[in-house]
Design a protein around this ligand. Structure first.
Ligand code: FAD
Ligand code: SIN
Length: 538
């Protein structure tokens, strides 16, 4: 299959970009590939909302910029922060025009929430299911756009570059080109080659690398691993954000249910097992300190008390007040026998967001030609060492728009008839020497080991010995998985394991290179910050 614009991923970044490109170029073909059902994305699970300066009487761009820079702990790119905060408001208006609904006050103004690290109320939301509403609106608009072809259950295996034409490609190859992707089409069970003029990676996060995460099963870091294999640049992977308040359910592994930070914004209080509101011991901003601080405080309290969870106290809310903003959380808790007006909610931190990723410039361009990246898989410079709450959906839309702007220029000025080689010469996928998998245990056991070692050694608190041990064990898992990959027919399970081991390795490698504690990276062997903030690029 050939397409003009190829989009990998159907979350907020991929869908926003696809809509814009399709509307600007009604005569061109846009193909969106997604490995699961189209709405099964991190986007769908977003609760708290999207940050944006809406009330210029109380709030200002400067305040939002300042809050983002403080949370980012010295590593944000200020120019990018200004771009996102200022352009974000236009992007929010666009998604409203596409049909997304945000809660309003009786006078018609937006109801604005507050989350950790924000100095003002500036979070637009749709109850506590904001992402679901945004994803719905985007998918509805996509359905009405005839030149977009959205294909579910297509697992992208790898980017096609000069490597597949027989050239040696290394990190120092000057002009690596992306010609499209190889895809395992789970509908036809065939491996297909899709050639594209321009490709956007919008593959989301990597929370599944950890044992407990707020992310759904799709969040396996595939885009980052593909770019790394293709010798593209990856940045700041050590900054994994742990959300302080995932619902603690004994025995539940994989995806944990989130209790949005907006609950603390509305007055929820963290307490330990003696009932103490412990956050005041850690930060003057208490429960609304930035996430790295709150997650570390909870981790510390759990270690002191030897328990696996703390509490979020909402017992001072009435049912009416709580359900007006958080009906989904209320129902979920009730289904587990927790009546939030009488019982405190058991919570524990869980892997939530990857601040690092595929290095991109201010136009969402990666280090590989014809390849853009936007959304959680990208590292734009907005978040630095720690993302400010609710800045992610905003960043995804701003950089989807910027990718669209740059890609539109590129496709218009490029003369594709003058290509230096015949595109039909790109070979089919080479499956020589592979056989059907003999036993899944070889994959599932390695997956368990990787998640366990990442949670225990590369979690909220790190040290050199833990990182060293994690590195050694990942080397072994990598060696075994590559050997298995060489001789086994590809499957999403095997490829996701391979990708997650690569991502885990990149997290550990960046963590080992950072000889300081900064933002989300807290190493007890390097408790101070180096005076000169620096990014780590692999
Ligand atoms: P996603 O929405 O995750 O989409 C990724 C897409 O890529 C999926 O369609 C997936 O199938 C596809 N894909 C991945 N790999 C492949 C492959 N190999 N082949 C084909 N397709 C592939 N942020 C906020 O700003 N505000 C919030 O309130 C908020 N709440 C959150 C709550 C939760 C529980 C979670 C998990 C995250 C939250 N975030 C929030 C973060 C935010 O939701 C995500 O960062 C954002 O939605 C990511 O969007 P995306 O488009 O980059 O990726
Ligand atoms: C939340 O609702 O607490 C999550 C917000 C975010 O991840 O930005």
């Amino acid at each position: 299959m050939d397409t003009d614009f190829l989009v990998i991923g159907s979350g907020i970044a991929g869908l926003t970009y696809a809509l814009k490109v399709a509307q600007n170029f009604p005569e061109k073909s846009i193909t969106i590939l997604t490995k699961a059902q189209s709405d099964e994305t991190n986007t769908k699970y977003a609760q708290g909302g999207i940050a944006g300066v809406m009330d210029f009487d109380k709030d200002s761009f400067d305040k939002h910029i300042e809050d983002t820079l403080i949370a980012g702990d010295g590593l944000c790119n200020k120019e990018v922060v200004e771009i996102v905060v200022k352009e974000g408001v236009e992007r929010i208006k666009e998604i409203i025009n596409w049909g997304a609904k945000f809660d309003k006050e009786p006078d018609g103004d937006f109801k604005l929430g507050k989350e950790g690290g924000h100095s003002e109320f500036r979070i637009l939301h749709h109850k506590d299911v904001t992402g679901k509403e945004m994803e719905r609106a985007l998918l509805d608009a996509i359905k009405k756009t005839p030149n977009i072809h959205l294909i579910n259950h297509c697992y992208v295996l790898d980017l096609i570059t000069q490597h597949h034409l027989g050239y040696l490609v290394t990190k120092s190859t000057p002009d690596i080109e992306c010609f499209g992707v190889y895809v395992l089409n789970l509908n036809s069970k065939k491996i297909e080659k899709i050639v594209a003029k321009i490709t956007l990676l919008a593959t989301g996060g990597n929370g599944q690398v950890y044992r407990t995460t707020t992310n759904p099963a799709i969040a396996t870091g595939d885009g980052v691993a593909m770019v790394y294999r293709a010798k593209g640049r990856i940045e700041n992977m050590e900054f994994i954000q742990f959300h302080p308040t995932a619902l603690y359910e004994p025995g539940v592994r994989g995806q944990s249910f989130l209790i949005t930070e907006a609950v603390r914004g509305d007055g929820g209080v963290l307490r330990n097992h003696t009932g103490e509101a412990f956050m005041e011991k850690y930060d003057p901003r208490k429960d609304l300190a930035p996430r790295d601080i709150v997650a570390r405080a909870i981790d510390n309290e759990m270690k002191i008390s030897g328990t696996e969870f703390m509490y979020l106290d909402c017992t001072h809310f009435t049912k009416e007040k709580f359900t007006e903003h958080f009906p989904n959380i209320y129902e979920k808790c009730l289904s587990l026998g927790i009546d939030i007006t009488k019982d405190m909610i058991p919570i524990a931190p869980a892997a939530h967001y990857s601040c690092g990723g595929i290095k991109t410039d201010e136009w969402a361009r990666t280090s590989i030609n014809n390849l853009y990246a936007a959304g959680e898989c990208a590292c734009t410079g907005l978040h630095g060492a720690n993302r400010l709450a609710s800045n992610s959906l905003l960043e995804a839309m701003v950089f989807a728009h910027r990718a669209y702007t740059d890609a539109s220029k590129k496709i218009t000025i490029t003369d594709y008839s003058n290509a230096t080689f015949d595109w039909s010469s790109i070979p089919d996928w080479n499956a020589a020497g592979t056989n059907a998998p003999k036993e899944m245990i070889l994959i599932t056991q390695s997956l368990k080991e990787m998640k366990l070692l990442m949670s225990d050694y590369v979690g909220i608190v790190r040290n050199n010995e833990r990182l060293h041990r994690a590195h050694k064990r990942l080397d072994l898992l990598h060696e075994e998985t590559e050997a298995l990959y060489e001789k086994t027919e590809v499957s999403p399970q095997l490829c996701e394991l391979r990708n997650m081991i690569t991502v885990a390795y990149l997290i550990v490698k960046c963590a080992e290179f950072r000889h300081e504690s900064r933002g989300l990276h807290y190493n007890t062997d390097f408790l101070n910050k180096n005076s000169k903030p620096h990014n780590i690029v692999l």
